[in-house]
Design a protein around this ligand. Structure first.
Ligand code: SAH
Length: 395
């Protein structure tokens, strides 16, 4: 049997049911587990702690599947976990708001490394760990049976795959991918490109935060930075914004965004699109003395882990400081971070520092997080990666 014995005292996080076992916590590996194999984790004293998936190539050398010694890690185990995840989304009636939903959110749904997003009748699987890779086909079979999609697409090409020693994969697993795919989110239609788009094709986590922006946009001059396929911009246009300037460094994203505006019959004359680096663009806008009433800053992940926090903090401070400076008195800033390495407290401190340096007084109007199909497991605080603040500067 393949076993991992932990160093003295290193069982603490597992006892709190945190699913990661770092390589530095391991005293000894017994047997010769291959990557993705199920191993049993024991304390130095010989107490059973967890069944986990092994990966010799990762700093996270094992990820726990189960805390119960009697549990077998087999197809039934995955069937139960997937059923729980689907039931949570069903109970919350999330499908009423969107045909695009995250069905399985990795560690937070007890399935480390497995992400499954639904876009209408297409499912997209993203695998980020050797354990999930081992059980990929089993999980795909179960999803096929439970959800009956026309296609299951595998979009396993995130940067984290390299850290896990896994090759990139971007192809159909089952069925045929429809030529075009559209989701309806809070009654807005968005095209989703699951093969070439970012993430699995769409940023589902910002769904409800986008809707909120729609309620704040009436008669406002809006600036949407890092706009991707136009999410926040479309809600702002529908919400009656006077003008919306959207910036992204990806031309493909901007083209998608403009098609999305047309698709929804929104007034394109109120929308302006700019392909640019936001750090540069904000400086140009400042130099042109442009002003806005509502600014959205939704940058990509600056700090994938805590090790990048300091550099990331400088990036967040920079764009937020410039954002504050571009606001008219009484204007609002909706600012987000999707970095696991930056927690809520630190994010708020960075924003406070930016406001101070910009010379503005601001109140937090809302504290935001990811939509409920990205639930946060209490034992896995890393799941609270997305945080947002809506601030109003004094008038
Ligand atoms: N708000 C979007 C998601 C934003 S994702 C939504 O609701 O769907 C982050 C976006 O930032 C991506 O589209 C990426 O192309 C863009 N991006 C990354 N770095 C950038 C930079 N330096 N300047 C401008 N855009 C950037």
């Amino acid at each position: 049997m393949n076993k991992i014995i932990l160093k003295e005292g290193r069982e603490k996080s597992l006892l709190r049911r945190h699913p990661w076992i770092f390589s530095g916590a391991i005293k000894r590996v017994e047997g010769s587990p291959a990557d993705g194999d199920t191993v049993q984790i024991y304390s130095t004293q010989g107490a059973f702690l967890a069944h986990a998936a092994y990966n010799a190539h990762s700093q996270i050398a094992a990820r726990a599947w189960s805390w119960h010694a009697e549990q077998s890690i087999n197809a039934d185990f995955f069937r139960t976990k997937i059923t729980h995840a689907l039931t949570l989304r069903k109970d919350l009636k999330l499908a009423q708001h969107s045909t695009g939903l995250r069905l399985i959110h990795g560690e937070s749904d007890g399935l480390p490394g497995l992400v499954v997003d639904q876009y209408g009748d297409v499912l997209v699987i993203q695998i980020g760990s050797a354990g999930a890779e081992r059980w990929r086909d089993t999980c795909a079979d179960i999803l096929q049976e439970m959800c009956n999609p026309v296609c299951i697409y595998e979009r396993s090409d995130s940067d984290s795959r390299a850290l896990e020693g896994l090759p990139e994969r971007n192809n159909v697993l089952y069925g045929n991918l429809p030529e075009s795919l559209t989701i309806v989110e809070h009654s807005l239609h968005f095209a989703v490109d699951v093969a070439h788009g970012q993430k699995t094709g769409f940023y589902l986590d910002q769904r409800d935060n986008r809707e909120l922006i729609g309620t704040l946009a009436q008669d406002k001059d809006v600036l949407n930075c890092f706009c991707y396929s136009g999410g926040f911009s479309l809600y702002a246009l529908r919400g009656g914004a006077k003008s919306v300037l959207s910036i992204d460094s990806s031309n493909e994203a901007l083209q998608l965004a403009q098609r999305n505006v047309e698709r929804n019959g929104l007034d394109a004359s109120r929308a302006e699109w700019q392909c640019d680096d936001v750090f540069q663009a904000l400086r140009k806008l400042r130099d042109q003395n442009r002003k806005f009433d509502l600014i959205i800053l939704d940058p990509p992940k600056f700090a994938p882990t805590a090790a990048f926090a300091e550099k990331a903090a400088r990036g967040y401070k920079d764009i937020n400081l410039l954002g504050f400076k571009l606001l008219r008195p009484g204007g609002m800033l909706a600012t987000y971070s999707c970095s696991s390495g930056i927690n809520d407290d630190l994010f708020q401190k960075i924003i406070a520092g930016a406001a101070l340096d910009a010379g503005v007084t601001a109140h937090i109007i809302r504290k935001l997080h990811a939509a409920p199909d990205h639930p946060i497991l209490l034992e896995f605080p890393e799941g609270a990666y997305l945080k947002g603040l809506v601030l109003r500067v004094a008038g």
